[in-house]
Design a protein around this ligand. Structure first.
Ligand SMILES: Cc1ncc(COP(=O)(O)O)c(C=O)c1O
Length: 362
């Protein structure tokens, strides 16, 4: 593969580690010397089984996942967890609490209302510039679970710590856009889920980490098999997304080779600081859309002086190899997505461009 001259700031699917892509390129043709490519192996055969078992083992090592938690690698994306979670665990006569901090939690809470009572324990307003403080949150009397979105991909806000929740409830996090970007204490959660396509691999595979007692407790209502988390054989009930699982496994190995989640967290903090510092240094020209204290280390969202100038910013950036900076339509302006695999040099290049563009246009 030739060298790349582009830094890809896409919000997802997103930049993957170069080493992983090179390993994958090899495995497409020949998985681990078997003479058969990774996409061509039976999911019931020994070669894929070895990949699968190692992927699960490395996932557990990366996040320090204890034995009383199950790891499932499903299809259907994070969006399918929006309905599977309440379908499995929210009885019709009970309440689940939702912390609505952005567009994805809006979608999640809407799905919960199909099955039981969905209480908004906190709801921000577009453009969702903050996540709540503990004293802002108003829980219902006895929620089954509390659902949060740990990083709000569109609005560029992120929780710095888990909220405290009512004693008998369990916490669920949609961690699609910051999973494994920093250390995580899985034992704070009943369930953590994430679509792979930002920090873990290609789209098409969804990581679900779930407390075993919840899984084994089974669903609170009759459900078709594929809507149940406790379906027989878990991930392997039907043909799993074998290619996605392979790549995810290579990403876990890459995280472990590169110092684990402590090192990821440190590197991600540094990368984000480079970009936020450049924005602050030109604060008369750019404006961060997320409030201080809630700013995401994964998605940096910002506006320019006016829409015309923003369009030129995006076009000029693209022309020098800084791709994918257009913000989501709900926020406008620009968004730099800088997940685990996004290189530090790309943040430095963006910081230089931010300064240069402001100087020429300010
Ligand atoms: C925080 C968050 N949750 C959920 C989703 C939806 O994920 P999927 O496309 O895997 O359903 C996204 C996608 O960008 C996201 O950022």
């Amino acid at each position: 593969m030739p060298e790349r001259s582009i830094f890809n700031f896409s919000a997802g699917p997103a930049t993957l580690p170069e080493e992983v892509l090179r390993e994958t390129q090899e495995a497409l043709w020949d998985l681990n010397g078997t003479g058969i490519g990774v996409m061509e192996h039976s999911h019931r055969g020994g070669a894929f089984d070895a990949v699968y078992e190692q992927t699960l083992a490395d996932c557990r090592t990366v996040a320090g996942i204890p034995d009383d938690y199950e790891v499932l690698l499903l299809q259907g994306g994070a969006s399918s967890q929006f309905f599977m979670l309440p379908a499995n665990y929210l009885p019709a006569d009970r309440t689940a609490d939702y912390l609505v901090t952005g567009a994805w939690s809006e979608k999640a809470v809407k799905e919960a209302a199909f099955y039981g009572t969905a209480h908004e324990a906190w709801r921000g307003q577009k453009p969702y510039t903050l996540v709540p403080t503990q004293s802002d949150i108003q829980y219902s009397e006895a929620p089954v679970y509390v659902h949060m979105t740990s990083n709000n991909t569109i609005f560029g806000t992120q929780w710095n710590a888990e909220p405290e929740i009512p004693a008998d409830a369990w916490l669920v996090s949609d961690a699609s856009s910051d999973i494994f970007s920093r250390p995580i204490d899985v034992t704070r959660y009943g369930m953590v889920y994430a679509g792979a396509q930002k920090n873990l691999g290609p789209s098409g595979v969804t990581l679900v980490i779930m407390r075993r007692d919840l899984l084994e407790g089974g669903p609170v209502r009759e459900l078709p098999t594929m809507q149940r988390y406790d379906r027989k054989s878990g991930t392997m009930h039907n043909t799993p997304p074998t290619f996605g699982i392979y790549v995810m496994g290579r990403v876990f190995a890459w995280i472990l080779r590169n110092g684990g989640l402590e090192a990821m967290g440190e590197r991600n903090r540094e990368k984000a600081s480079v970009v936020y510092d450049a924005l602050e240094a030109n604060a008369g020209f750019y404006r961060c859309t997320a409030g201080e204290g809630s700013r995401s280390a994964m998605n940096v969202t910002f506006r320019g002086p006016d829409e015309e100038t923003e369009k030129r910013f995006i076009a000029e950036a693209e022309a020098i190899g800084l791709a994918g900076l257009k913000g989501h339509r709900d926020v406008g302006g620009m968004r730099a997505s800088i997940y685990n695999a996004f290189p530090r040099e790309g943040c430095d290049a963006l910081a230089d461009f931010l300064a240069d563009f402001a100087k020429r246009n300010g």
